[in-house]
Design a protein around this ligand. Structure first.
Ligand code: CIR
Length: 253
């Protein structure tokens, strides 16, 4: 497996923020945490890290998940919902073109990869401030030939769908029921987070590894009844509203 990542920008402190209050960000600490994140992907998930060149004029470039939706058959280059992030996609497309045929989302559609959640061949797409109905419709058309279904999901209380729900397996989701409705995921087994840890629904599954944040010990204890977790601290990136899945695009070779 390959994990495509992008270094932390010198300008990270100027990131977009939607629902988290702006706090000082220690960019060097964020960089150390990001390197640790890459090491965990290499060592626990046996990923080869492929880095897109750094972009120090693009504060949010490290959150590469938002720039593409990658499946085995194709890579869709997004049109991010925040204008300040439009410059991120070209360099990501260059790298992904080595591994996949590309498709491109066209204006006026907007979509962030953080809103696109796969559970096997089912895709759930958050309708959010970053992702509009046209974006969802374009992804639906691009994925249909490969047998993926697409369902639009209402998200409240957070930025992206994947802040509220992520996959534990091809048939299981970790969810925060306060931010998404259980009814939007028919036929999927749902594993609710501990309700005192609202940000705990973002877990990164890469191969057989489940990579998780130490910031959510109660939910971690629930998960550890049936899963082996590998922890990585990304607290400095969390100040920029980045969670674990945001910092990579994991693809099968
Ligand atoms: C933004 O607002 O776009 C960035 N500060 C955070 C993006 C996080 N990405 C994600 O959850 N997929």
């Amino acid at each position: 497996m390959i994990a495509v990542t992008r270094p932390v920008s010198d300008a990270l402190a100027d990131c977009e923020l939607t629902y988290v209050e702006r706090k000082p960000i220690d960019v060097e600490r964020a960089r150390v945490q990001h390197q640790e994140y890459e090491r965990v992907l290499q060592e626990s998930a046996q990923c080869t890290i492929v880095r897109v060149p750094a972009a120090h004029d693009l504060p949010d470039a490290v959150f590469i998940e938002d720039t593409a939706v990658v499946v085995d058959e194709v890579a869709i280059i997004t049109r991010p919902g925040a204008q300040s992030r439009h410059g991120e996609t070209a360099a990501v497309a260059d790298v992904l073109s080595r591994y996949r045929e590309l498709r491109h989302i066209q204006a006026p559609a907007t979509i962030d990869g953080g809103d696109v959640l796969f559970c096997g061949r089912r895709a759930f797409i958050g309708r959010t401030s970053r992702t509009n109905d046209d974006g969802i419709a374009q992804v639906r058309r691009m994925l249909a030939p490969f047998g993926y279904s697409v369902r639009a999901v209402t998200v409240r209380g957070c930025l992206h769908l994947k802040s509220a729900a992520t996959a534990l397996s091809e048939n299981q989701l970790l969810i925060n029921p306060a931010w998404v409705s259980r009814e939007d995921f028919p036929g999927v087994e749902l594993f609710p987070i501990d309700s005192t840890e609202p940000h705990a629904a973002n877990i990164l599954k890469a191969g057989d590894a489940h990579i998780y944040s130490p910031a959510f010990p109660r939910t971690a204890a629930l998960l550890q009844r049936s899963l082996r977790l590998t922890f990585v601290d990304t607290s400095e990136l969390a100040k920029a509203e980045g969670a674990l899945t945001c910092c990579s695009l994991v693809l099968a070779e």
